[in-house]
Design a protein around this ligand. Structure first.
Ligand SMILES: [Fe+2]
Ligand SMILES: [Fe+2]
Length: 524
């Protein structure tokens, strides 16, 4: 079995291509427990991601095509190749537990881009109460095809895992076995402890669970805003239901753990600026509104309004939006028009019968500024709504901390706050701006700081102790020499030693854009 060759990958897209092209199974060359063994584990996890990607393609394709259709060739061949590469002394087992995916007993950590695939696999397996799938190296193309056909044909609502197993036997599918779901107990307040595989004894801490829920929530909101924007561009009908459900979920998560949800706003996916921006503005607006005493039951509506504040940009041609060079006067005129265009596009949508005032305000007022120094310019007296004033702050903060096409470099969060403070009471409502700083912190979430030990750390959440707002909660990410460390310790900078002195101190703020550190990875 080991003498196979991974031929030129049969799948076109980059993400789907198996990454290993050596002749023998990698694991045969490396002794377990060696340093190289760690590299092997990394490689295995990367292959695991490939495996779930292909499994996802296979399931989706099987919903449309017959098992013998050539459309299934690519995912089937890729999966067989992957299984052969990965399984040399044991079959490959994918497991899920409490919304985490595992390859054998190692957590498959997914990036922001892979979140959609992971969520899709988790949903598909969860719906059928499957806790794991094992693929043996003896599995053949026909087995996979038959299994996928079976998997999508049975109604998950009435099918038990036993039914599935019986069908697997009845249809002569070999090399694929299913495991039951096992729920782990979640132990609260375990700090950095436990977070092991699903072997039953260790507990996954609540923090990870929350993080994963928040990430999934973010992905769902981003997905629905993407679909809705697309639908608006194509002039189609629109359904806000999905977006609203996704936002409500975010509001619930935010009530539980604001810092984790806000940590997600440091996620930057450069080609998807508008979607990310919309989601971030929505999250920041919800947090700010919550602190400003906005009625809780209306937070989701506000979040939804914030999500579509830039809808008017759908009337601006893509070439202008993505223009790398300077904007012409015409381009700027179109840009300055987007708040008004937004109200028009929103009111024309067939899915909306009465355009909610909050939604109209979010779009119309978000660039006006408190002193009306922004746009659109009005010739009639106007009172800015609370929604508009909240949006102005959230929008400006996110726009300046993200990189976007016409200004490639994002700005460090603390720099942005400084600039915004210089306009407090002018562009921004002074009270709301103060409340906003309470959400993101004086040294905002995602900032990079140097501790007096010369270690670099990233700010995870603002200080809980209001008397020490300049002492946030951080995670160490490098050693004193500046070498990155994984699983660095988390430090509460308000912590004091026996003599009453602070244990750790920040000696300076680091411009993360200068150091090209992507701090977002510490949140996901
Ligand atoms: Fe805007
Ligand atoms: Fe915006």
């Amino acid at each position: 079995m080991s003498e196979f060759k991974t031929q030129e990958a049969p799948v076109a897209d980059e993400q789907a291509r198996p990454i290993l092209t050596h002749e023998k199974s990698l694991s045969q060359k490396i002794a377990r427990g060696s340093e190289a063994g760690d590299i092997l584990d990394q490689q295995m996890l990367m292959l695991g991601i490939q495996l779930i990607t292909q499994l996802n393609v296979l399931i989706k394709t099987s919903r449309i095509y017959e098992r013998t259709n050539t459309a299934l060739d690519k995912p089937v061949d890729a999966m067989l190749t992957l299984i052969k590469t990965m399984a040399h002394d044991r079959p490959v087992t994918l497991r899920l537990q409490n919304d985490f995916l595992f390859l054998w007993d190692s957590h498959l950590k997914v990036s922001a881009q892979q979140m959609a695939v992971a969520t899709s696999i988790l949903d598909a397996l969860n719906a059928r109460k499957i806790g794991g799938i094992t693929f043996s190296v003896t599995m053949e193309s026909k087995d996979l095809r038959e299994f996928a056909a079976l998997f999508v044909s049975l109604d998950p609502n009435i099918t038990t895992i036993e039914d599935l197993r019986n069908q697997i036997t009845a249809r002569g599918i070999a090399g694929i076995e299913l495991e039951e779901q096992r729920k782990l107990k979640i132990k609260e307040g375990t700090g950095t402890a436990g977070n092991k595989g699903p072997d039953g004894t260790q507990s996954i801490n609540l923090k990870m669970q929350r993080k994963m829920n928040a990430k999934n929530g973010y992905a769902k909101v981003a997905g629905s805003v993407g679909a809705l924007t697309q639908s608006v561009r194509e002039g189609g009908t629109i359904s806000f239901k999905q977006a609203k459900r996704a936002i409500q979920n975010i509001v619930d998560l935010m009530m539980d753990d604001e810092a984790t949800v806000l940590g997600l706003t440091t996620l930057r996916c450069h080609d998807e600026y508008t979607h990310n921006h919309s989601v971030n503005v929505s999250l920041l607006s919800i947090a700010l509104a919550n602190r400003a005493g906005y009625p809780k039951v209306e937070l989701a509506d506000l979040g939804l309004a914030a999500l579509f504040h830039d809808m008017g940009k759908s009337t601006i041609p893509m070439e202008v939006l993505n223009k790398p060079g300077e904007f012409t006067d015409d381009d700027w005129a179109a840009m300055r028009n987007h708040p008004t265009e937004g109200v028009l596009s929103l009111s024309k949508l067939r899915g909306i019968t009465n355009l909610p005032g909050r939604m109209a305000a979010a779009s119309f007022e978000h660039h006006m500024n408190l002193d009306f120094s922004g746009y659109p310019k009005l010739t009639v007296p106007w009172t800015l709504s609370l929604t508009g004033r909240i949006l102005t702050i959230a929008d400006c903060y996110d726009a300046m901390t993200s990189s976007r096409v016409y200004r490639r470099e994002p700005m460090a969060p603390s720099k942005v706050l400084n600039i915004m403070f210089s306009k407090s009471g002018k562009s921004f409502d002074a009270l709301l701006l103060k409340l906003f700083v309470n959400c993101v912190g004086i040294i905002p979430i995602g900032s990079l700081v140097m501790l007096e030990t010369s270690e670099l750390a990233v700010v995870l959440k603002p200080a809980t102790d209001k008397a020490n707002t300049e002492r946030p909660f951080v995670k160490v990410i490098t050693d004193p020499q500046g070498n990155p460390v994984d699983h660095g310790r988390e430090v509460d900078l308000t912590e004091k030693d026996e003599t009453g002195d602070f244990r750790h101190n920040i000696i300076r703020l680091i411009d993360n854009t200068e150091y090209k550190f992507d701090t977002s990875r510490y949140f996901v």
